[in-house]
Write a protein that binds this ligand. Structure first.
Ligand code: P53
Length: 474
């Protein structure tokens, strides 16, 4: 026996990548709605290009996505058929507070998620809810500059108060911020941040990070007060950094790159800003906007578990001659000559998952939860319309095997595993539909054409068997 009896097998999605219905049910506009497909996506999500309104020259895939807003019953029934124990989804902030700074929530938005959670329960699926998965109401972006402003902490607190009370008894697993370290790599997508000319970007990012960390601690506090059953996790875009060689400078570079990410989790899990970060920020002239009482809040309200996404390991080198980069990834990394890569250049490294799990467990000594993992690939239905995705099965089987080793051989405490994009959805990095992760195929293309019909891929029955045998039969 390796995985716990109550191991939470399942899949994961995010509101803006699957719901659509961007202007329905009283929903307000959000930053994530405004990221187009195509060459302008990268400058928009990194905050370099301001795009605060839709224009005719671009296609915005989040507007309708895979229309889960209208089809969630069918989709959750399919998850139930696969035997999901959990379904990770996110709440669209602007469905609950369309502008973000209102005092009264939008009942239609609240009701939508209540119905959705009840639908999960009907299929014995435990919802795992990300409070913010890259989304921020545009009104908060335009009026306050999003997370650079401390006022966002209060608006987020309102959101948490409302949802924790409303969904008490329906939801008990919560994640505060999806991939909180994404603020450093894609600041507009990650935290609604864009930059004015001449602005000190690092100052803005770390200022916003302090506000998010504070908001996360406050959320944890409220969650525990409202219902002691609530379990709150942080969420890291993980993936251990390897040194390209054993040259001490390369090793140090890898350590530094890891710390850039650990920084967030160190605060959320250990309750303190780590010494290395305080020193570095001081050297760089960056000031954290810490006010009276902040440090106590961070210290007292640490998370119950550590969740993370894992797609790949990363490599660091200090040798300018070693400059071949991995393609198509927001996280720049040197290419690892020992690894194969996906069609989007993401390197495939199952053992890296075991290493990452051990790194996190050694450091935090709290239960882990893998909330994203998977292979983005082009799926071509055959003449009968079937997708035979053996490559996906192979990827997932190898990663589940590695995670099993971490549990069985290394003693890591793991709560569950949710694969990313269990139903095909819009890619966060590229905006494409073509980059598919699902067990369920959705008929829709990059330009938004298609019937939106759902169909099972080969991996559907495979994953069903994995869950039924608690990971024994891969
Ligand atoms: P896509 C980059 C690196 C690591 C995780 O990504 C990332 C990204 C963004 O590209 O994001 C997470 O869709 C994120 C999901 C996202 C998923 O990884 O670019 O939490 O929203 O869809 C996969 O292939």
């Amino acid at each position: 026996m390796s995985f716990r009896k109550d191991f939470l097998w399942g899949g994961a999605t995010a509101a803006n990548q699957c719901e659509g219905g961007y202007n329905e049910g009283g929903r307000g506009l959000a930053n994530v709605d405004l990221a187009p497909v195509g060459p302008d996506r990268f400058p928009v999500i990194t905050g370099e290009k301001k795009m605060f309104h839709f224009d005719e020259d671009h296609f915005y895939p989040a507007q309708n996505a895979i229309d889960m807003y209208h089809r969630y019953q069918e989709d959750i029934a399919l998850f139930g058929e696969m035997g999901f124990k959990t379904y990770r989804l996110s709440i669209a902030w602007s469905r609950i507070f369309p502008l973000g700074d209102e005092t009264e929530p939008n009942e239609e938005g609240l009701k939508f998620y209540e119905d959705l959670f009840k639908e999960c329960r009907k299929h014995n699926i435990e919802p795992l809810v990300t409070i913010t998965h890259f989304d921020c109401p545009m009104h908060l972006v335009e009026k306050y500059g999003a997370w650079r402003s401390r006022e966002l902490v209060g608006f987020y607190e309102n959101l948490c108060n409302v949802i924790f009370n409303r969904y008490k008894g329906l939801v008990k697993y919560w994640l505060t911020f999806n991939e909180i370290n994404m603020i450093l790599h894609a600041p507009f997508m990650g935290a609604g941040l864009y930059f004015e000319e001449g602005e000190n970007k690092e100052q803005v990012k770390y200022q916003a990070a302090h506000h998010e960390l504070l908001a996360s601690a406050i959320a944890t506090k409220i969650a525990h007060e409202v219902d002691p059953e609530n379990q709150v996790g942080c969420m890291l875009a993980a993936g251990t950094n390897y040194a390209y060689t054993c040259k001490p400078e390369d090793v140090w570079a890898a350590r530094k790159a890891d710390r850039e990410n650990f920084f967030f989790i160190d605060v959320q899990s250990r309750g303190e800003y780590p010494a290395y970060a305080l020193k570095e920020l001081e050297r760089e002239g960056i000031e954290l906007p810490i006010e009276d009482g902040d440090l106590e809040l961070l210290k007292e309200h640490t998370v119950d578990f550590i969740s993370f996404s894992y797609y790949s390991s990363r490599v660091q080198s200090t040798d300018p001659a070693v400059n071949e980069q991995t393609a198509g990834n927001i996280f720049a990394s040197v290419k690892n000559p020992y690894l194969e890569a996906s069609e989007w250049g993401w390197q495939i490294d199952p053992l890296g998952l075991r290493t990452t799990m051990n790194d996190l467990y050694d450091r935090y000594q709290k239960p882990l939860f893998i909330v994203e993992n998977g292979l983005g690939a082009v799926d071509s239905p055959d003449e009968n319309g079937n997708v035979v995705d053996d490559y996906r099965i192979e990827y997932l089987a190898a990663h589940i095997k590695a995670m099993k080793d971490a549990v069985e051989l290394d003693g890591v405490d793991l709560l569950g595993y949710t694969t990313w994009g269990c139903i095909d959805l819009v890619s966060a990095g590229t905006g494409e539909m073509k980059k598919r992760y699902g067990f369920i195929y959705v008929d829709r293309d990059n330009e938004g054409n298609g019937t939106l019909k759902r169909s099972k891929k080969k991996s559907f029955d495979w994953y069903k068997k994995v869950i039924a045998t608690n990971g024994e039969d891969l």
